[in-house]
Design a binder for this molecule. Structure first.
Ligand code: TXA
Ligand code: MG
Length: 328
């Protein structure tokens, strides 16, 4: 594995590697992605191997130009209302942390979509991601660059620690800004449905296209979206979840680590083993720090981590979703 910078020379090197079928981890505004050319079957197969990811878990295909959408999605299968919703959302919320599920073209390899009739497509806003995608083949399949089920990476060092030599290159673009994965919105069947809460909050989506359903838990048969699995995004250290403000009254146990949402009322509790997501209780800032703080606490060899829920507004929903799935 070689670590690269975000210089033009390094990005060109990474883009050629992608086009040649190698794996490149790169920063996006949400979390780091583990990229492969979306049309190269052996590179796609290596993604599943490197992550230990089951083949039934489809990948997101990243694009960096709106026209590329039609290499992946099949326009002829969109009804009028879906086409309208897509045009509004892609115009207003792309590039950004929103993934859209659309009927796919048959040329898209089954490995990228787990043989579903749909594909997940995202246009990231991170300039490094955009440049890399444009310089390579224009369509890059990339799950989060972590081992399956584990914490998502918000820094190049997290990718290195989990995937190391299983990837060819890691581009170090510093800490990611949004900090939680993209919101996954299914536009492929009737009423739009959020399959994963994430970096774009629902209010924003509903203000543009009207009511959407939320279905972030799996149906009783096969999961629609494995990010819906009950245990996912988990640290190795066991995690216990408390209601907002619920930790203040509980004495700090030996071997306990704490993840506060905001600065606790009772003042100076802060030890080596505690982290605060946002001093001022800002949900956007808290989301940006969530995986970073969990990675830090997870590296302290603690017996358990006690974490506090975020308020249910804006990105607070995405934070709570990740925390619930981190309990195992
Ligand atoms: O922010 C993000 O979305 C990051 C960065 C790297 O872009 N990527 C990411 O990918 O989180 P991943 O693979 O960890 O999560 C993709 C989610 C999974 O829960 C997957 O099941 C779902 O999207 N998904 C992909 N294709 C789908 C499809 N056709 N139908 C339903 N869900 C799908
Ligand atoms: Mg993931």
């Amino acid at each position: 594995m070689e670590l690269l910078s975000t210089s033009d020379t390094d990005l060109e090197k990474a883009a050629s590697a992608l086009a040649a079928g190698l794996l490149v981890a790169f920063p996006t505004e949400t979390v780091y992605g583990l990229g492969a050319d979306a049309f190269n079957r052996s590179a796609l197969a290596r993604i599943f191997e490197a992550k230990g990811r089951p083949r039934f878990d489809p990948l997101i295909i990243h694009i960096a130009a709106l026209e590329t959408l039609w290499i992946i999605a099949d326009e002829s299968l969109l009804d009028k209302i879906t086409a309208k919703r897509l045009s509004i959302l892609s115009e207003r919320l792309w590039p950004g942390p929103l993934t859209l599920i659309l009927p796919k073209r048959k040329e898209v390899p089954d490995l990228a979509t787990s043989a579903l009739a749909t594909a997940a497509i995202r246009f990231p806003s991170h300039p490094v991601a955009q440049k890399l995608i444009r310089l390579s083949t224009g369509a890059v399949a990339a799950p989060s660059a972590n081992l399956f089920g584990r914490l998502s990476p918000t820094r190049a060092s997290h990718v290195k620690a989990q995937l190391g030599d299983k990837v060819d290159y890691i581009i170090d673009g510093g800490k990611t800004q949004v900090g939680v994965e993209s919101t996954v919105l299914d536009l492929s069947r009737g009423v739009p449905r959020v399959l994963r809460q994430g970096g774009t909050d629902m209010e924003k989506i509903e203000a543009l296209i009207g009511p959407v359903e939320v279905s972030c838990s799996p149906p009783s048969d096969a999961p629609l979206s494995p990010g819906q699995l009950k245990s996912h995004y988990a640290p190795r250290t066991p995690l216990v979840l408390c209601k907002s403000g619920g930790m203040d009254a509980i004495p700090f146990a030996p071997g306990e680590g704490r993840l506060y949402f905001s600065q606790p009322e009772c003042g100076e509790i802060i030890t080596e083993r505690a982290r605060v997501l946002s001093e001022t209780g800002n949900v956007t800032e808290a989301a940006a720090n969530l995986f970073d703080c969990l990675h830090e606490l997870d590296n302290l060899s603690l017996e358990f981590i006690r974490a506090e829920e975020a308020p249910c507004c804006g990105l607070g929903e995405a934070i709570n979703d990740r925390l619930r799935r981190a309990v195992h």
